[in-house]
Every structure is written in structure tokens, then in C-alpha cells.
Design a protein around this ligand. Sequence first.
Ligand code: COA
Length: 529
Amino acid sequence: MIRTRVDAHGDDYRQRREAMLAKLAELDAEHAKAVAGGGEKYVERHRKRGKLLARERIELLVDPDSPFLELSPLAAWGSEFQVGAGMVAGIGVIEGVECVITANDPTVRGGASNPWTLKKSLRAADIALQNRLPYVNLVESGGADLPTQKEIFIPGGRIFRDLTRLSAAGIPTVALVFGNSTAGGAYVPGMSDYVVMVRDRAKVFLGGPPLVKMATGEESDDESLGGAEMHARISGLADHLAQDEHDALRIGRRIVRSLNWRKQGLTPLPVQDPKYPADELLGIVPEDLKVPFDPREVIARVVDGSEFEEFKPLYGASLVTGWARIHGYPVGVLANARGVLFSAESQKATQFIQLANQSRTPLLFLQNTTGYMVGKDYEQGGIIKHGAMMINAVSNSTVPHLTIVMGASYGAGNYGMCGRAYEPRFLFSWPSAKSAVMGPAQLAGVLSLVGRASAQAKGQVYDEEADAAMRAMVEAQIEAESLPFFLSGRLYDDGVIDPRDTRTVLGMCLSAINSAPVPRPAGFGVFRP
Ligand code: COA
């Protein structure tokens, strides 16, 4: 059992906790924007039409009082589009079955898909495929956001490809159509295994009446072109005609029940709570990420019984590795302790990842790294080779990976510790996270040195004043771009979470992952030891 050294009455703890609570208040404010959808005017109009909001639809679809793991609620943050990107996505439990659920938010620009909605939607389908989770779409969308069509039209074809690939992989897809689903959007029900349409509400056609008039001169109306009743009785696109929204959700639940879905992964062992309160996770990460913290304090508040069987504790001490359980599921943990990764840490990580693959144990990466060590001695000692070994192991490992960015995630450390490009099944950030190619001051300093050398080579005098201004500007820009809301807005994670929720979120992810069978053993690339 991990013994804590955290002094919950000390000054350090209090300051860290206050800083984290301030960041969490900002996070709440951003989440509230996503929940507010298109704003009061559009929400009111939607209600007046007798319709349920996207989140209300989800709430009625999932089992009463069951948890819903929302994904990417900050999508589109920092862009011209509404926070949340006009879509709610997440994992919810329907009739006891964990499903990926997405719902267009018709109060946000008619539920139209912008580039961030597309990313969110593709990510949801990936999660369904990787983890073998039934996929339920609650559809009501104005299709492509027309002004940004160039960003979405061509890559957006993947939405429909993914739906049929899910089906081919034996993963059921369900479309509940509450409203508009035109043009490309018509292929969401078109490609789904099960389709439910709401009477007098669903409108599913390749082209609406004006387009048809333009194309062929034919006079038509919404109902005869794409109404629910027509699709249920004549075209056969709808499998069920729902009387109203509640009926559609009831039918959706019945469809999932009839799947007779069985999880194929591990069954969790009895669960034990950690010995230390999750609340203390607020006071562990220092505001200044240059100050190291012991990740064992985090592990102690996340894993079952605070029990951690540390592997190679005396070797490569800047990376903590070991075995634990979370909500009864076994995991191997890799956690940065002092930020920098040296050769020994890289070798230890490589061995540990291989061991986890031998025992088919999922891996949890807890990131707080400034990257691999630079400098003559380290280069000569083979830091590139050893970092490459670790990246090889992470890339080719086939056990499920989960990543939490607790603090710094800079340079190739982001790669070796299973950043987004290394496709962990899920990746969440804490509000204290920061991620960039390097720290803002270092990056600005490098640019300054390069500029100085270039001026010298051309025999020019270096403008010190302009250099100082450039450095300040670049530092501010890189700092802003390395913050978690910005990165979450770009879908570089699955969401920013309250550290206190880490164990719950990881437990839900591990449960979702185990809907799929334990993956095949890994074949690693060639190691250069
Ligand atoms: N792209 C960009 N903006 C869109 C949009 C789209 N596809 N669809 C709707 N919007 C905008 C509207 O311009 C409107 O903006 P405003 O409030 O600033 O004027 C806002 O979203 C709400 O649309 P509105 O038409 O008032 O909502 P509605 O609920 O009455 O109708 C639709 C929703 C989806 C039926 C209707 O907007 C529509 O037919 N949109 C175009 C659908 C289409 O042909 N898409 C192309 C598919 S590839």
C-alpha cells in the first residue's frame, strides 16, 4: 500500500488546491457554454416546437441514474463555433449495455456539422469500433455547415464509411431520427442497422422540395419526399415509426435490449476503494510545473486499495512503473516522476510495456514530462535510440492504453508517454495540463538564437528590441496554445476532467474497453538496444 507524504494542512497543499479549484471554476464555465447549446432564443424556439433538447433525449435513452461519460464537451473551444461543436457525444448505458451515443444539438445552427463536429463524430465512431460498443445516433441536423463545407465535405464521407464498417465488424448501429437529416445526412439512417423515425418530425431525403424542383422540375412536399410515415410504409428506410420523441427513445431502448449484447473482455475482480480521499488530488499538482511532484500520490488516490506493486523502483527513478487495479480491472501504470526521461527510464518503460503485453494487461500513462534528456553526454549515451525503443514499444503494444495528462507533456515525451497520436483508447487532461513541442520560454529562446545566428551569417546587426518583442509575443502565443481548453477544443483529448473524477472516468473507460475481447499479442518493431 502506498504511504502518503501529502500534508493536507500544509501551505503547499493549500496553494495547489486553490489554484486547481480556480481552474475548475473556469472549466465549469466552459462546460456550461456547451450545455447552453445555441443559447436561450434557439432553445426556447426548439421547446415551443414541442421538442426535447439533445441532452434530454440522451437522459431518457440511458438507464435511469446511470452515469454518462461525456466526451469532448469542449470541442470547437477557441474557434468561431459554439463550444461543444453542436453535438453531444459520450458513453452511456442502455438496458445494461454500454453504447457510444451521439446527439446533434439542433439549437446550434440547426444542428449543422462544422469541422469540429466532424472530428467529434469520427472520434465517436472510432471509440465504438475499437471498443466494440453499439453505436446510437440521435439525429436532427442541417447537414454540413455550408460556409465551411470545404473542410468537411470530402473527409466527412468517413462518417458513412465508418457506420457500415461498424456493422461489418458486428457492432450494431442505430439511428433515431427526430428531425431533419438531409442530403449527406440521409446516409446516417441509410447506413445504420436499425432506423427509427418520429412521425411528422423526421425528414430524410437526398434533396428537399426546392432542390428537387431545381433538379427535375418535380413539385413535391417534405412528407412525400422524406417523411417518417412514407419511409415506414413505402421506401422501407424506417424500421419503426415512432409516435413521438419519447416513443422513439423507448423503441431505441428496446432495440438495444434485443441485441442480447455480451461483453467479451475481462470481468472485474471485487472493487476496493482507495485508502486516501480523491479530494486530495486537488492539492498535488503544483501550479508551476517546473516543481516536481510524486505521481505515487496520484496513484494512491486512484487505484483499488491504494495498492501498487512497483516494478524496478530503484532503476530509472524518474519514471514510476508498476501494477495495480482500478475498479477491479488490472492495469500497468507508467507515471513520470521528475519530468525528464533518460535512457534508463526509456529502457525500463520498454521492458514494462513488453511485460504488460505478455500478461495482456492494459496500460495507464500518467503524463508529466518535459521530454527526453538533451546534451552531449546523453546523446552519446544513446538517448535517441532509447527514446525510440520506448516509442516503438508504445506504438506496437496491443493492450489497451489509457492516458491522463496531469501536468507537462512536452516534446517527444508526449509520444513516448502515449499522447494522442499513439492512439490510447481514451485520453483525458487535467486542468493543470500543458502540452507543446517545448515550453514557451524555451521555444521563444530557440527562435531568438536562430534569428541571431542568421543575422550574423548575413553580416547584419541584430535588432535586440525587436527580439524582445518577438520573444514576448511568441511566449504568450505558445502558452495559450499549450493550455488544456485549447487542446481539447481541437479534439487532442477526449475531455478535460476534474482530477477528483479520475478514478471514476478510468473505471468507466476500462469497463467500456472490456466490451471488446482482449486483443491479439503484440509484434514489436526492431529494437536497437
Ligand atoms: N449551414 C450553416 N448554417 C446553417 C445550416 C447549414 N447547413 N443550417 C442551418 N443553419 C443556420 C441558419 O442559417 C440559422 O442561422 P441564423 O439563426 O443565424 O439565421 C440557424 O442555423 C438556425 O436555422 P433555422 O433554419 O432557423 O432552423 P430551423 O430549425 O427552422 O431549420 C433546418 C433547421 C436544418 C431544417 C434548416 O436550417 C435547413 O434546411 N438548413 C439547410 C439544410 C441543408 O440543405 N443542408 C445541406 C446539407 S449537405
